[in-house]
Design a protein around this ligand. Structure first.
Ligand SMILES: Nc1nc2c(ncn2[C@@H]2O[C@H](COP(=O)(O)OP(=O)(O)OP(=O)(O)O)[C@@H](O)[C@H]2O)c(=O)[nH]1
Ligand SMILES: [Mg+2]
Length: 313
């Protein structure tokens, strides 16, 4: 038995904060930085995140559950529409909304569109988070802070806070948590102590493979890739001190013409994806893994309701 003794008389708080923003704004990187471990995959391609990912920050006096969301964007496919629905569902359910705006990019129509929608959500406090501050100088940052303040005034609401952070430079990341916690309701912890996410293992494994597959592919291909873990089974007949987990995975693309790119000359690219992701998967699962990757075509899956359902959207 262990007793949890809060450091002061302050009541324990627990609740949900979601990060929203345009694709590539740095939401997932920030989520990982706050949790202190990788719970969400990241990449320099827009629309990396495709479902809400919960990351849990534990403190003696609070439990902050972060909800990382897909980037809100102008949808061009049914998948895009579904992802935007996921974002809207997330921000309607949380205790506080964190709107992520990159410091190194002027506010654009995409940001205004999101801010306008947020203005309509009266009951939930909204924090503006200026991300990637390591990429700008203090003058640029000051200009961005003013522009963000201006934006809410134009739309007739006020930010509860405007916080500049750098997840990569670890600047003001824990301050952000300090500012989010008081906006959560009084509540006992919602998750067991030590849990950092509620993502199922199979999903995390699939995501790590997709992250490796995204690296170095260009144009439309990142959007075309989907990864499904079909099976994870311990290899039979292994000595007890030398276990091996067989992980069977399908990597889906949309057209057979994309096969060559993902597989690479003599299978070199696919092999690289396997080697890279296997390291992360073994660290996650704590066991040696045999990764069996198959590339399959799911024709135009981003636009096909049946295929989307099969792939879990
Ligand atoms: N320099 C710098 N780069 C960052 C920072 N945070 C994120 N990035 C980079 O920005 C890119 C996008 O980061 P993500 O965290 O995947 O962005 P996201 O908002 O989750 O993107 P979607 O899931 O597509 O909506 C990646 O290349 C990150 O490495 C930061 O604090 N500083
Ligand atoms: Mg993301």
């Amino acid at each position: 038995m262990s007793a949890r003794i809060p450091s002061s008389d302050a009541p324990h708080r627990a609740g949900f904060a979601c990060f929203v923003g345009r694709p590539n704004a740095g939401k997932s990187t920030l989520t990982n930085a706050l949790v202190g471990t990788k719970v969400a995959i990241t990449s320099n391609r827009p629309q990396t995140t495709r479902h809400t990912v919960r990351g849990i920050v534990h403190r003696p006096e609070a439990q902050l559950v972060l909800v990382d969301t897909p980037g809100l964007h102008k949808p061009r496919t049914l998948l895009g529409e579904r992802l935007n629905d996921v974002v809207r569902a997330a921000w309607s359910e949380v205790d506080v909304i964190g709107f992520c705006l990159p410091a190194d990019q002027k506010l654009g129509p995409g940001d205004r569109y999101i801010a306008n929608e947020l203005a309509g959500i009266k009951k939930t406090p909204k924090i503006a988070i200026v991300t990637k501050t390591d990429l700008v100088d203090s003058k640029q940052l000051a200009e961005q802070l003013i522009a963000i303040d201006q934006l809410s005034r134009e739309l007739g609401f006020e930010w509860a806070e405007i916080v500049p952070v750098s997840a990569v430079g670890d600047t003001q990341v824990s301050l952000l948590a300090d500012l989010l916690v008081p906006l959560l309701p009084e509540s006992p912890p919602l998750y067991p102590e030590g849990d950092l996410t509620d993502e199922p293992e199979q999903v995390m494994v699939a995501e790590l493979i997709r992250e490796a597959a995204l690296e170095g592919v260009r144009d439309e291909l990142p959007h075309s890739i989907a990864v499904v873990v079909e099976e994870m089974i311990p290899r039979e007949g292994r000595p007890e001190n030398k276990p091996l987990l067989d992980v069977h995975v399908n990597v889906y693309i949309e057209r057979s013409s994309q096969k060559g790119i993902i597989i690479g000359p003599k299978g070199a690219r696919l092999k690289e994806v396997g080697v890279k992701s296997r390291k992360h998967i073994e660290a996650l699962l704590g066991t040696p893994v045999f990764l069996d990757l198959h590339v399959k075509v799911a024709k135009d899956w981003q636009r096909d309701p049946k295929q989307l359902r099969k792939l879990g959207f």
